[in-house]
Design a protein around this ligand. Structure first.
Ligand SMILES: C[S@@+](CC[C@H](N)C(=O)[O-])C[C@H]1O[C@@H](n2cnc3c(N)ncnc32)[C@H](O)[C@@H]1O
Length: 393
């Protein structure tokens, strides 16, 4: 493709880590820019109906623009961060705008009444937070990080958003099997582990090291590479928000859906009646059962949430927390929850679009969004976590 430079006025932020501009009537999704800027943008992709572009020269900068703390952030470089060029306050404001826009467009909620959609900071600042990092290895065995929307590997000296214990691991200064993936974990118990895979996904090569995680007065022995919230303060923030939203009463029954190793169940159990965790992953369920064996009111059901809830035996529930993967829960699961008439549902979401779609479905079934928190648990990136409260109308 011949390099094509466009001069554009940058418009609002959109979900995906870019802003929207217009050029000759066509939408241009511009990365590395900020709303209100005038930039020269290099077209990186032409699609039917829109273009993708990288701002390579800023003609009129936003007051929110800063020098990226990482030298590998920017056009054509590492694709891991989206907002290194924005102040941390501005990053959270951009994320708040994305949440508001997704709730309006996909959730059908244009009037949020007195719900705040401020994305709150977590302690520790925007760097050195990431406790799980996946490094890619190029065809010559050199480790690094992927370029944005590409399988190219960018060599880096260190990843500035990685937890200091991960930055200290001897990973980036040695060779690895060509084309493999190296996953580094730093745990809340102060341990580190390194796992390799022959490809980006796929089974680990060699033994999977165990890793201990601590939260809510419990300790889990997990497989490195298994799911755990990535930011060191995420579990505390999310469980605190869920507990405040659900306000459990002693005899109430609760479900922790997509429960992983039972972090939300561990936080809820001391305050309510029976808690059932539903989780598909066998290793997470085994780790959860081991870690929470002293909580006699917690049980685990292993299986697909939709299939488990399709069983009419699962009749009564008062409180539900659900924390689905990026794709969201979907209509069948939302219908299955609403059909049981819970008093309160706390929805923990890592994707605002999937969250907004599911909130719309809840609305059709008589549940309104009556509480909303959001956390910047992935600073410098476009990602954030939302915790929404749904209650019957
Ligand atoms: C975002 S994680 C949340 C885990 C847990 N709540 C936590 O905070 O540690 C989503 C979890 O859902 C599980 N999962 C994904 N799809 C599922 C499904 N259809 N049924 C049951 N569990 C599923 C994954 O294995 C993963 O543990």
């Amino acid at each position: 493709m011949t390099p094509e430079l466009l001069e554009v006025e940058v418009g609002p932020v959109a979900h995906g880590g870019f802003c929207v501009a217009r050029h000759e009537g066509q939408a241009v999704f511009v990365r590395h820019a900020l709303p209100g800027e005038r930039v020269r943008a290099l077209v990186t992709e032409r699609r039917k109906g829109f273009l993708r572009a990288d701002a390579v020269e800023v003609l009129l900068p936003s007051p929110d623009r800063v020098i990226p703390p990482c030298p590998f952030a920017g056009p054509g470089a590492c694709g891991g961060c989206d907002w290194q060029h924005a102040s941390w306050d501005a990053q959270r404001e951009l994320k708040s705008q994305v949440l508001r826009e997704q709730l309006a467009r996909l959730g059908g909620i244009s009037d949020l009444n007195d719900l705040s959609v401020l994305v709150e900071p977590l302690p520790g600042g925007p760097l050195s937070w990431r406790t799980r990092v996946q490094y890619a290895v190029d065809g010559e065995g050199r480790p690094g990080l992927h370029r944005h929307r590409s399988s190219d590997v960018i060599p880096v000296d260190r990843c500035r958003i990685a937890h200091p214990a991960i930055q200290a691991l001897p990973i980036l200064d040695r060779a690895w099997p060509p084309g493999s993936t190296v996953e580094a974990t730093a745990s809340s118990a102060g341990e580190t582990a390194v796992l390799t895979r022959a490809a980006r996904t796929g089974p680990p090569t060699g033994p999977v090291p165990p890793i201990r995680e601590r939260a809510a007065g419990h300790e889990w022995l997990l497989d490195a590479g298994g799911f755990w919230q990535v930011h060191p303060h995420a579990v505390e923030a999310f469980t605190g928000a869920v507990l405040a939203q659900l306000a459990p009463e002693p005899a109430e029954r609760a479900w922790d859906l997509y429960g992983g190793a039972g972090v939300f169940a561990a936080a809820l159990a001391p305050h309510c009646g029976p808690v059932t965790v539903v989780e598909a992953d066998r290793r997470a369920v085994a780790a959860g059962r081991r870690a929470l064996r002293d909580l006699t009111n917690v049980t685990f059901a292993r299986g697909d949430v939709a299939q488990v809830l399709a069983n009419p035996r699962w009749r009564r529930v008062d409180l539900v927390v659900l924390d689905p993967p990026r794709s969201g829960a979907g209509r069948a699961v939302v219908e299955a929850i609403a059909a049981r008439g819970p008093r309160a549902v706390s929805y923990v979401a890592c994707d605002p679009a999937a969250f907004a779609r599911d909130v719309r479905t809840f609305g059709e079934l008589g549940y309104d969004l009556t509480g909303l928190r959001a956390f910047d648990s992935f600073p410098m990136t476009q990602h954030f976590e939302t915790v929404g409260l749904l209650t019957p109308r």
